[in-house]
Design a protein around this ligand. Structure first.
Ligand code: FES
Length: 64
């Protein structure tokens, strides 16, 4: 499932970037060579960072 539709970044890729030390949503996208476009994914990614990576999974599962 994509977290960032603009860049085609998946939930697993977001978690990988957080595990690698990404400190903010922009760093998560930059980890995969991307930049924010519309910005809609940034709050979702930030929630995952605040929860140490596990929050992104819960919030996305709840949205499915
Ligand atoms: S959905 Fe991520 S920048 Fe648009």
């Amino acid at each position: 499932m994509y977290v960032c539709n603009c860049n085609g970044v998946t939930r697993n890729e977001v978690e990988e970037a957080i595990a690698a030390g990404a400190q903010c949503p922009e760093h998560v996208l930059a980890h995969h060579g991307c930049e924010p476009c519309c910005g809609r994914c940034l709050p979702e990614i930030a929630e995952g960072i605040a929860c140490g990576g596990s929050g992104i999974s819960r919030s996305l599962v709840a949205a499915e």
